[in-house]
Ligand binder design. Structure first.
Ligand SMILES: Cc1cc2nc3c(=O)[nH]c(=O)nc-3n(C[C@H](O)[C@H](O)[C@H](O)COP(=O)(O)OP(=O)(O)OC[C@H]3O[C@@H](n4cnc5c(N)ncnc54)[C@H](O)[C@@H]3O)c2cc1C
Length: 498
């Protein structure tokens, strides 16, 4: 680029620039402040407040994803339940718990009730096939060190006692089963990000709200960051040694602008979401669990339906969903051109490849988009047969950008479910694509970023990293004693004990 913007005077030099005030930047900023307190940090957020996009509590489901109840992590293949993905996600969530507990010990984080609360996680199966699957899944997980105290029942009386809201009005002939654990959590990632950022500000991080990063260009080993004040229109250029693109859905276009070869071929497909939110406090009180069922055939893992207790600002809530919708925006507060602007000659075939292969996804999206309120309530009634229209309102959830990963061969591309980290080979810039398990595993994702971008430094930082995450480098799945120790410490510190 040789435009005038790029030649503008540098107004500021920093060690670390963070783009976006969501949970990812907040987490990375906290890690780097502890590892390198002398490094200067600046954060740019296009909106006027932190965590207003995906990390906002009503924009996501607030599940502490650890595969306790989400069935997409335990697929059945040739009659056998595979648990490798479940173990992987659970391991990552243990990293989160340790990191958060450590940040509480250091007084970076304050009252945990503001952002983490114990809520049982329940898996729900309905009909012969699902009940059989659920039993097999339970048998595959019970006794595993990372999944202690799981229980299962297909006894109707027990089901009715445990989940009265889901039992009320259900036909006696309806075959159902559940497996559950009390070890689950509901997390307000917005409140968590805000606590991190409040501490960041106190400790010298400069945070500029209402400032949008418009371009990223290499400047030798460093990066020039073009920033626009969205209120005054004023522009500035900042130079940073390291840039983290924690811009949620906008990470793809910003990484494309940086021109790093690692982003070539990647694409993103926006999927918006909606919830039904319960407005009747009597109904909300009758349910205390996150109940996850099976996704419909062809539906992506993000679409798994759940009837979900939330705890937001000290108040209990209840939501059901998500229902998928569609807009070409990459952020809830994005623009109608986001998708079209992200299509480049280098990733066109990735979009075409996914379009040709993913009939299931296309069919699922069309079915969801044409669903009216009556159809939405019918889906809810599979979980809560007596649900009444007047007790539920439709709210818009956060915007997801499903990452499309280029692959070599005739397929051209594949959908990359999960959270994908992209970084330049010299480690001077990195960003996160994708969503779920997203926020739940932010600390593990950011540790992976540190390993990839600051490889040599990780040796020097070793002791501090071990303080942050005592199990760092150890698979808890194979060390039951350490898992129990860490579980005890995090339960106590995060105030999750009964
Ligand atoms: C419907 C839904 C349900 C979900 N459920 C769960 C769940 O139950 N559990 C879970 O763990 N995860 C869940 N997720 C995923 C989770 O919400 C995300 O992974 C996580 O919030 C992403 O955090 P982030 O910081 O990367 O992005 P965000 O929180 O979106 O933050 C990005 C920020 O960058 C800002 N920004 C963008 N572009 C620019 C720019 N150019 N300049 C400056 N600022 C910019 C945005 O305004 C925004 O504030 C869900 C997501 C959705 C959409």
């Amino acid at each position: 680029m040789s435009d005038s913007k790029n030649n503008a005077a540098i107004s500021h030099e920093v060690d670390v620039a963070l783009v976006g005030a969501g949970i990812m930047s907040a987490t990375l900023g906290a890690m780097l402040r502890e590892l390198e307190p002398g490094w200067s940090q600046i954060l740019f957020e296009r909106l006027d407040a932190p965590a207003e996009e995906s990390s906002s509590p009503w924009n996501n489901a607030g599940t502490g994803h650890s595969a306790l109840c989400e069935l997409n992590y335990t697929p059945e293949v040739n009659g056998k339940i595979e648990i490798a993905k479940a173990i992987g996600v659970n391991e990552k969530f243990q990293v989160s718990r340790q990191f958060w507990a450590h940040q509480m010990d250091r007084n970076v984080l304050g009252d945990p009730r503001e952002w983490i609360n114990p809520v049982p996680h329940v898996s729900f199966g309905r009909g012969e096939e699902q009940v059989e699957y659920l039993k097999k899944r339970y048998e595959a997980l019970v006794g595993h060190p990372l999944f202690p105290n799981m229980e299962y029942t297909d006894d109707r009386a027990k089901f009715d006692e445990m989940l009265p809201l889901m039992a009320d009005g259900r036909s006696a002939s309806d075959k159902v089963a559940i497996s559950w654990t009390k070890a689950g959590t509901d997390i307000n990632y917005g409140a968590l990000a805000k606590q991190f950022l409040a501490s960041a500000k106190e400790n010298g991080t400069e945070i500029r709200y209402g400032h949008e990063v418009t371009n990223l260009t290499r400047d030798g080993q460093k990066w020039k960051i073009n920033v626009k004040n969205r209120h005054t229109g004023e522009t500035s250029v900042i130079r940073a040694n390291f840039v983290f693109v924690g811009a949620g859905g906008m990470a793809l276009p910003l990484l494309q602008k940086s021109g790093i070869p690692e982003i070539r071929g990647w694409g993103g497909f926006p999927v918006s979401g909606q919830w039904l939110r319960c407005t009747n406090p009597d109904i909300i009180e009758q349910h205390a669990a996150k109940v996850y069922g099976k996704a419909s055939i062809g539906a992506p893992p993000m679409s798994v339906p759940h009837l979900d207790t939330r705890v937001i600002d000290g108040e209990k809530g209840l939501l059901f969903g998500p229902y998928a919708g569609w807009t070409p925006k990459f952020l809830k507060q994005g623009t109608w051109f986001d998708l079209f602007k992200s299509i480049r000659p280098t990733n066109l075939m990735s979009y075409v490849g996914v379009g040709l292969q993913e009939f299931g996804l296309t069919k699922y999206l069309i079915t969801e988009v044409i669903k009216d309120q009556k159809a939405r309530m019918e889906s809810l009634r599979e979980y809560m047969p007596n649900a009444k229209d007047e007790d539920w309102e439709l709210v818009t959830a956060g915007q997801r950008v499903q990452a499309i990963q280029p692959v070599v061969g005739p397929r051209f591309s594949t959908l990359a479910f999960g959270t994908s980290l992209i970084n330049s080979s010299d480690g001077s810039i990195a960003g996160i694509l994708g969503a779920s398990p997203g926020a739940s595993i932010a600390p593990a994702a950011m540790l992976e970023l540190l390993e990839r971008c600051f490889g040599q430094k990780m040796i020097e930082w070793g002791d501090k990293v071990k303080e942050m995450v005592p199990s760092y480098g150890i698979k808890l799945a194979t060390d039951k004693k350490l898992f129990e120790e860490i579980w005890g410490y995090t339960q106590k510190t995060l105030q999750l004990e009964d």
